[in-house]
Ligand binder design. Sequence first.
Ligand code: ADP
Length: 324
Amino acid sequence: MGEQAKAIGVLTSGGDAPGMNAAVRAVTRAAIRKGFRVIGIQRGYNGLLNGECKELKPRNVSDIIQRGGTILYTARCKEFMQPEYVQKAADKCHELGIEGLVVIGGDGSFRGAADLSRIGGIKCIGIPGTIDNDIQCTNYTIGYDTAMNTALEMIDKLRDTSQSHDRCSVVEVMGRHAGWIAVNVAMASGAIACCTPETPYDINYIAEKIRKAHETQKEHFIVVVAEGVDSSEKITEDIKKLTGIDTRLTVLGHVQRGGSPTVRDRVAASQMGYRAVELLCDGQTNRVVGLKHGKIIDVDIQEALTMKKPFDTELLRMCDELAY
Ligand code: ADP
């Protein structure tokens, strides 16, 4: 890109995640420092198609590093699946002088970025922003740590009340396709069992484990279930039926998406935003930034979308062995 680049665009797309603002700040500040103008595009690819955008100056991103949500708003944009709309978005970028675009979102958003790069010739860099940690090319995604800590705080509160009543609490946490939040908060909360979409579970084994622990005076039970597991209601009913213990379901839901980002999310978002701008300055396109073994890396978007991320079944096994 070098001297020809007039502006860098930044948008947030798909599901929101705490720490997206820290990434927007980092992209903005790093790009301005390198002599670019920065255009903040609102509501993901919709905003790009509709021209919903405004120039971001250093002070526009002050006081946002600690805020959850995204000041750019986020949305899903069905039209972006069609090449003619991708071309329209590229035309809009040219009109605005945007030669490089940073897309903060999940793998759907990266597919859109890859199309914009391939069809429209816009240099695109993806930053993984999703609480689910389900992006294959990176060990870590922005928002994941905050979401886990929020879920854990809620479970700790549930544990107090569940203990007072000799109850079993089934807690549904987010993760439609991924059990990363579930297995980590299960371990961190000392849950008696954890059900994830990646691994089969045996309800009779879980019920027997609870029954045996109850006989040895264990007073409260937490069962963590990821959203993507078939019916947390059924798991709750089955535990109640098989153990005779008062069992209640709590669905934590969207609360896990909000809140002030943790240190880890703010730092990762800042590092990734900084690297995204460096890549655009180097004239690179179609890359996703990630974190591997504590180091910031970048990989080809197509490659990132086809990689497999093996689930941490060892953590699940350990969690199971430690809770009885
Ligand atoms: P996430 O980025 O969190 O995975 P989505 O899967 O909803 O969220 O994708 C966000 C947006 O990215 C979609 O609304 C759409 O605009 C764009 N997108 C998703 N999949 C594709 C695709 N296959 N081709 C082009 N754009 C896509």
